[in-house]
Design a protein around this ligand. Structure first.
Ligand SMILES: *[C@@H]1O[C@H](CO)[C@@H](O)[C@H](O)[C@H]1NC(C)=O
Ligand SMILES: *[C@@H]1O[C@H](CO)[C@@H](O)[C@H](O)[C@H]1NC(C)=O
Ligand SMILES: *[C@@H]1O[C@H](CO)[C@@H](O)[C@H](O)[C@H]1NC(C)=O
Ligand SMILES: *[C@@H]1O[C@H](CO)[C@@H](O)[C@H](O)[C@H]1NC(C)=O
Length: 230
């Protein structure tokens, strides 16, 4: 006969495994942001077209833009998009880009989509001959995204897909975003934060000072619970 204590442990184990399974399967859906660098000859209208998102919707995530007609090359803007699972089991959004004359996968990924995807991804999700793209072809542009991970932190709700630009690394990104290096690592396990890598940056959570207080409170509660259980 299974002892009562062991039965409880088993129930706990089953619960634990179930929770873990739910978290690792791809079911999430959320709004995410894409960090887009404006290049010379591009403008908000162009961004609005390739992401199929209305200009006012884009502007609502970019309070720093005071005049939508004047956004200088090199400026980074946030573009909201819906993030969900695809049949390969990871979070992304599939945009469709209509090929113009002389477009190549590399121009589409690195310039038009500002490094938010790469040539490998375009090859993986399209069957065109990438050396001979025909004008008017519809290219699937898959951009990865994140809806967070409650095992890392519960206090962030909006994640930016961020292509690491030249000269940037974990410490410059941590400094620029005021998100700690350990939190950035937590949301990007396996990333070396190298130029052109895509990383997810948490944002718009609860105010940072409050967040750290909350985690402390949580750790305290956890300690108390553990103590009582002993
Ligand atoms: C916006 O950029 C597109 C793509 O480069 C260009 O065709 C269009 O003329 C630009 N519009 C304005 C108002 O600058
Ligand atoms: C997007 O995510 C998939 C699945 O994790 C990965 O295989 C792919 O390399 C990622 N793409 C980029 C550009 O990081
Ligand atoms: C990150 O980049 C900054 C500025 O480019 C540089 O000073 C620093 O040494 C780099 N850090 C690492 C760990 O590469
Ligand atoms: C850190 O961020 C501040 C303010 O955003 C900036 O002025 C400074 O140059 C940054 N330092 C590094 C090493 O990136």
């Amino acid at each position: 006969m299974i002892s009562r204590k062991m039965k409880t442990s088993l129930q706990f184990l089953v619960l634990f495994v179930t929770i873990n399974r739910v978290e690792s399967s791809c079911k999430d859906k959320c709004v995410a942001l894409a960090s887009y660098t404006i290049w010379d000859k591009s403008n908000i209208t162009f961004v609005s077209q390739i992401f199929s998102t209305a200009i006012p919707e884009i502007l609502s995530y970019n309070p720093q833009i005071t005049n939508a007609d004047i956004v200088s090359a090199g400026a980074k803007i946030n573009v909201p998009f819906s993030c969900g699972c695809n049949d390969q089991g990871f979070l992304n959004h599939g945009f469709v880009y209509s090929v113009g004359s002389e477009d190549t996968y590399s121009v589409i990924a690195e310039t038009y989509f500002s490094g938010l995807t790469n040539v490998d991804m375009l090859r993986r999700f399209n069957s065109y001959d990438d050396l001979n793209l025909k004008s008017g072809s519809q290219v699937n542009v898959v951009v990865n995204c994140s809806c967070g991970n409650s095992r890392v932190s519960k206090y962030y709700g909006l994640f930016t897909t961020y292509p690491i630009r030249r000269g940037e690394n974990l410490s410059t990104i941590a400094n620029d975003t005021t998100i700690s290096e350990s939190l950035l690592r937590g949301y990007n396990p396996g990333s070396n934060f190298l130029n052109k890598d895509l990383v997810f940056i948490p944002g718009r959570g609860i105010d940072l000072t409050i967040t750290s207080d909350f985690s402390l409170v949580n750790i305290e509660l956890f300690n108390i619970v553990c103590y009582i259980h002993r």
